[in-house]
Design a protein around this ligand. Structure first.
Ligand code: SF4
Length: 489
């Protein structure tokens, strides 16, 4: 007895003590071939199945010749108590676009293979907030999204003009796939949009045309983020280049203008520019209130203002970040990955030692006035140039172990080194090094102002915690973070 072709069975990686799964005898390593006669395609379907009060499972266990049946009775909605090893049990739907600005195409050789997987799968959009272009979306997908109310979703718009969009995506289906966006919005799905703005491609008049198209055709979109393209030194696209300062300023102006227009037309601003634009343009960030609750904080919109507010003690602004770049590919949990924090008792981390904050070059510009405001000569910023990716990459979330090593080797022992968790995924940097490979002990701090402030004030967690914002897991935990079934995003 086996699962349908192209599907793998959910594998149990942990069982909660005294949960229905535990009392039914399930163990880590068990493969759940069928649940009430069905073989789920993903954790979304799986979660619905294990929500049932009566469950008949067909289980395959190593060392046992034949699969066997386990019956579970529980209260409807009672957590089943199982963590499984991945989010998708069938194949991830990969992208068949050919965007010139694709950052995955600009990764250096030698990065772990999972990072080069280009997904375009609405399920990962729902589970992890990945953006989908909808070029591979189908009528059946729409039916499922609407019937299971898989909301919110995150859609890459880039341009509303069909020809421009298909050129940007390098895919003729890009011209028509926004029809699905209309259908999703009409079906009551909350959708957040994104525009990767590329100089000479979809900036200037095209950006204005796109934002006019959004207002005209998709006024019920929740938000639209305008983000700059990243160009690493490995880019092979001659037409792709970073924005100049005047071009970045033009994007800021366009967003100002359209925010006013949207505010007048629909009563909210809807469109935002990523923080990087204000840094590139050398302009102050917009006021905190203009971000209207930071709905795309994790996409770099208003992160600086939220960080500043949390640093000043506003706990509601301590939003933290999502797992980090590409973290989902190894099956990060729906509730969000929480990074490892180095052992606070590690040698050289005395409580009154001078403190250095490791950060990207953009991050340093955000942090400089905050640190300066403390008036503490024992705290310094250590901006880490991103030589690994090169190009215009300066965000903290893309710091790598090799660049950090280069920086830390020049730094004194016995100081405290604080590292934002946004550059880690499952305890590893993008270049596969881990915090324990670094030449100095570091304290991994959740990437929000409140956590940094607490770390600077000397507060260090005595025990691991979880949850949004400032949770952490201890060094030594399994590298593979399982998906928690039943966890809602
Ligand atoms: S849709 Fe995304 S993953 Fe696919 S080519 Fe474009 S940028 Fe790359």
């Amino acid at each position: 007895m086996s699962v349908p072709r192209g599907t793998t069975a959910p594998t149990v990686v942990a069982v909660t003590e005294l949960s229905p799964a535990d009392l039914s005898g399930l163990r880590p390593g068990d493969e759940l071939l069928f649940l009430n006669g069905r073989s789920p395609r993903d954790v979304i379907e799986y979660s619905l199945l294990v929500d049932e009060p009566e469950l008949d499972l067909v289980v395959r266990r190593r060392g046992v010749t034949d699969p066997f049946t386990v019956s579970v009775s529980k209260e409807a909605g009672e957590p089943f108590g199982v963590e499984v090893s991945s989010a998708l049990f069938d194949r991830v739907r990969t992208c068949d676009n050919h965007c010139e600005f694709c950052f995955i195409q600009q990764l250096p050789k030698g990065m772990r293979r999972s990072l080069s997987l280009k997904d375009d799968d609405y399920r990962l959009s729902f589970l992890y907030g990945n953006f989908t272009t909808l070029t591979r979306f189908t009528e059946m997908d729409l039916e499922r999204v609407l019937s299971e109310h898989l909301s919110p979703l995150f859609v890459s718009i880039h341009a509303t003009d069909p020809d421009v969009r298909s050129r940007l995506l390098g895919n003729r289906r890009g011209a028509t796939s926004l029809r699905w966006l209309s259908a999703l919005l009409e079906g009551g799905i909350e959708v957040h949009g994104q525009i990767v703005v590329c100089p000479d491609r979809n900036d200037g008049a095209i950006l204005h045309d796109t934002l006019a198209g959004v207002l005209d055709r998709y006024p019920t979109l929740a938000t639209v983020a305008c983000v700059p393209l990243g160009v690493s030194r490995f880019s092979k696209e001659p037409g792709m280049r970073p924005h100049t300062q005047p071009e970045a300023a033009e994007v800021c102006d366009a967003i100002d203008l359209w925010q006013e227009t949207f505010l007048t037309a629909i009563g909210r601003r809807m469109v935002y520019a990523a923080d990087e634009y204000y840094l590139m343009a050398d302009r102050p960030f917009p006021a905190k209130s203009t971000y209207e609750g930071f709905p795309q904080h994790e996409n770099g919109l208003g992160m600086a203002r939220a960080f500043e507010a949390a640093f000043g003690g506003d706990e509601r602004a301590a939003l933290g970040v999502r797992p980090g770049f590409f973290a989902w590919v190894d099956g990060a949990p729906a509730a969000g990955y929480r990074a490892q924090r180095a052992d606070p008792s590690a040698p050289g981390a005395a409580g009154d030692a001078p403190i250095a904050i490791l950060t990207g070059e953009y991050g340093a510009r955000v942090l400089a006035p905050l640190v300066e405001s403390l008036g503490r000569p024992d705290i310094r910023l250590l901006p880490v140039p991103n030589d690994y990716f090169g190009g215009n990459i300066g965000v903290s979330g893309l710091m790598t172990g090799i660049d950090l090593t280069r920086m830390l080797e020049t730094q004194p022992v016995g100081h405290r080194y604080l590292l934002p968790d946004s550059c880690l995924s499952e305890g590893r940097f993008l270049d596969d090094l881990s915090v324990t490979d670094l030449p100095r002990p570091v304290e991994v701090v959740a990437t929000d102002g409140l956590s940094l402030r607490r770390a600077l004030d000397g507060a260090r967690p005595a025990s691991p915690a979880s949850g949004a914002g400032c949770g952490s897991t201890p060094v030594g935990r399994s590298e593979r973070i399982p998906v928690s079934i039943g966890a809602s995003r």
